[in-house]
Design a protein around this ligand. Structure first.
Ligand code: NAD
Ligand code: DAU
Length: 345
């Protein structure tokens, strides 16, 4: 199959953690690409995440909501592919209130698909997650395995995937899906385990480990993840899903120990808290399909952690701004029963 000639991408959610890494990487690696970023700038998104490329004339930023057809439709007519990163992305927040997840992750994806149906796009890539498979007791999940989401977040991502698949089958849209594993690296909002633990360690407040800390995740460095998305966008077979995993299995306790060691902080900062309700204890992906397209994760967990800790050390103002009063309000709601010293002065 001939590779699509993609000159102009609409990147939704491109001011978030992974979306902004994709935009930075594409602009650096593809001299002919133009990118329009559409992002609502929720608490998780910021134009600061695109500051390194803000002056690039090939980049245009538009603040707007993927749920609004009047915003989406004219933009989709100008581009030849859509890459949808926009989502509410944090499992713990979906347990507190799932409304925004249903709205953005499901309805927003529908609005984008409808707009794509009325334009002649070469590709529609939906950025999904390994969480759609649910807890994986043993073995590794393959792309044909049934979806079994168990949290409000993963259910909305699975719902979006079903719509994407339906628009491929019913309307012939050239869709692609990537199912990435737990991603970490620079610019990640400090609510997810790795940036939360790094910034808590730097602030010398406890690292809240759920349950006994034995749940494992397959951590994937962000540059590897966005490389895989680009590979699938240009070389993937329409109508197909691709697992993207780092191949590691790291427990919560191991994350805490690695962070404390890298930050030179004592083990006494580890604090075991009430488990996440419905906690998926393990995700594990079979990545043979994307490997056969020549993609491999390049950054191992040790190197990725070093790069990430260095970035947070050097970008103190970036993360401190995000750990605002709103953040600590969410934190107190989510982590009930933490000691008084859990929140910095
Ligand atoms: P993020 O929360 O950092 O970024 C999400 C971005 O989407 C933000 O910039 C936000 O402002 C924007 N957004 C939210 N609602 C919007 C709306 N209605 N309209 C327009 N923009 C909106 O998330 P992330 O970690 O960068 O994840 C990006 C995508 O990758 C998500 O779809 C997520 O499900 C998926 N994913 C994430 C991981 C991970 O470990 N972080 C792993 C696999 C897949
Ligand atoms: O697997 C891909 C998914 O990874 C993405 O689709 C999601 O967008 C992303 O948020 C992430 O979901 P997780 O729930 O796996 O990530 P989180 O960082 O919230 O949690 C990772 C593990 O760490 C999980 O076992 C729960 C544990 N944990 C998490 C937090 C925030 C803790 O022990 N303490 C914490 O404070």
């Amino acid at each position: 199959m001939a590779e699509p000639r993609l000159r102009h991408l609409l990147v939704t959610g491109g001011a978030g953690f992974i979306g902004s890494a994709f935009v930075r990487q594409r602009l650096a690696q593809d001299a002919e690409i133009n990118i329009t970023v559409l992002d609502k700038l929720t608490y998780a998104g910021s134009e600061e995440n695109l500051a390194e490329v803000a002056r690039d004339p090939r980049l245009r930023f538009i603040r707007g909501d993927i749920c609004d057809p009047a915003t989406v439709e004219p933009l989709t007519r100008e581009v030849d592919a859509i890459v949808n990163f926009a989502a509410e992305s944090h499992v713990d927040r979906s347990l507190l209130d799932a409304g925004a997840f249903v709205q953005t992750d499901v309805y927003g994806t529908y609005v984008l698909l409808e707009a794509a149906r009325h334009s002649r796009h070469q590709r529609f890539l939906q950025v999904s997650t390994d969480e759609v498979y649910g807890h994986v007791k043993d073995g590794r999940r393959r792309e044909e395995d049934p979806l079994d989401p168990r949290s409000p977040y993963s259910s909305t991502k699975a719902g979006a995937e079903m719509l994407v698949r339906a628009y491929h089958i019913s309307h012939g849209l050239p869709t692609l899906i990537t199912r990435g594993s737990n991603t970490y690296g620079p610019y990640q909002f400090p609510e997810k385990i790795i940036p939360l633990f790094i910034t808590n360690a730097l602030q010398q407040v406890p690292l809240p480990i759920y349950g006994d800390g034995s749940a494992v995740r397959d951590y994937l460095y962000v540059d590897d993840h966005v490389n895989a998305i680009a590979r699938v966008l240009w070389k993937g077979q329409p109508g197909t899903a691709y697992n993207v995993g780092g191949g590691t299995e790291v427990s919560g306790v191991k994350v805490a120990d690695s962070v404390l060691q890298a930050c030179g902080r004592p083990g006494s900062l580890k604090h075991f808290v009430k488990d996440r309700p419905g906690h998926d204890y393990r995700y594990a992906l079979d990545i043979r399909r994307i490997r056969s397209m020549g993609w491999e994760p390049r950054v191992n967990f040790q190197d990725g952690m070093r790069l990430t800790v260095d970035w947070y050390r050097q970008n103190d103002a970036w993360w401190r701004k995000r750990k605002s009063a709103d953040f600590w309000n969410y934190y107190q709601q989510n982590y009930r029963g933490l000691p008084a010293n859990a929140i910095p002065d």
